[in-house]
Design a protein around this ligand. Structure first.
Ligand code: H2B
Length: 93
């Protein structure tokens, strides 16, 4: 799928269906907390495989049982349809 930079209005519309996600520093952001480091890392591994299949890759920040994910598209210098698609896939994991 081609990458298209979303307008602020399009982001607002898309985010309405992804209430766990917000825009922080121009990126889609969500924080997760798990019971253990292994649970957190298992989740990150699942996200990594889903992302690689899309050829669209997240930013991960992990400390012990916490994971923060930021999604942006460097090719368009903003948030694209692929970030929305990946956020939906992450929500399903
Ligand atoms: C060539 C390759 O498909 C591109 O560089 C992809 C890889 N993964 C990517 N991931 C993200 N998050 N943004 C991109 O612009 C991007 N580009």
């Amino acid at each position: 799928m081609p990458k298209a930079k979303l307008t602020d209005k399009e982001i607002t519309t898309a985010i309405a269906k992804l209430p766990e996600w917000k825009v922080v520093g121009g990126k889609l952001n969500r924080a997760f907390k798990f019971d253990s480091f292994v649970d957190a890392f298992t989740f990150m591994t699942k996200v990594a495989f889903a992302a690689d299949k899309m050829e669209h890759h997240p930013e991960f920040f992990n400390v012990y049982n916490r994971v923060v994910i930021n999604l942006a598209t460097h090719d368009v210098d903003g948030i694209s349809n692929l970030d929305i698609e990946l956020a939906e896939k992450i929500n399903a994991i």
